[in-house]
Design a protein around this ligand. Sequence first.
Ligand code: ATP
Length: 232
Amino acid sequence: DEASLAVATHALSKLYGRSTALEAVDLRVPEGAVYMLAGENGAGKSTLLRLLLNLEQPTSGRAEVTGLATDRHGARVRARVGYVPEGFGMGPRWMTVERWLAERTVYYPAWDAGYADALCRRLDIDVSRRIGQLSKGQTRRAQIVAALAHRPPLLLLDEPSDGLDPAARDTVLELVSDHLSQTGCTILVSTHLIYELDALVDQVGVLSHGRLTTQAPRDALRDTVKAYRIRA
Ligand code: ATP
């Protein structure tokens, strides 16, 4: 039933020149699921998330996110999504975290400043700092606040624990877990590390060389998941 899918892609493909990043991907993320998109580096995970946000266009195929066609409703889709991008790009080096967060209210009408403050305190973020002075871990934590503070129905998290130390990783897990129980949102998390939000995951998809080779409830994939655990 398409209506109860938070994310659906139909033969989604992406080529960069002659190299295939994604090939005929049919992703199905049920509403309310925590879906782990597993795969080695270069498997196409980040490309898939960028296509879902219409930050890039597919070579062929199409996608619906929260019931909206991404090619026609890119801005509406982005407003409904909390996105933690790959890497640590944030904003101009001179801008304070406080100002950077405040500017997001322009794009996110549902932005909750009180919730953003509470998240910053819980993640121990000094909002008076300038973006150029942040460590990778501090950048990641600010990106996570930005992804949650408008309480979007869908979170797209691209290796969210990248740059975090183990203590911060635990705090983020707790925080996402609380967020999940409060909002009942859907989460699509990309990772090459099995422990990424491990405790919360209930669906798993495996991308390999741009193809979605497996997609199933987590229990049905216990052995696959275990294989990843050994490599991680
Ligand atoms: P990682 O964990 O390393 O980010 P990934 O699974 O997210 O891996 P992608 O970053 O989506 O993988 O990359 C998939 C493939 O597409 C790789 O071969 C990559 O080199 C290629 N690719 C991604 N973006 C571009 C681009 N802008 N131009 C050319 N090739 C690209």
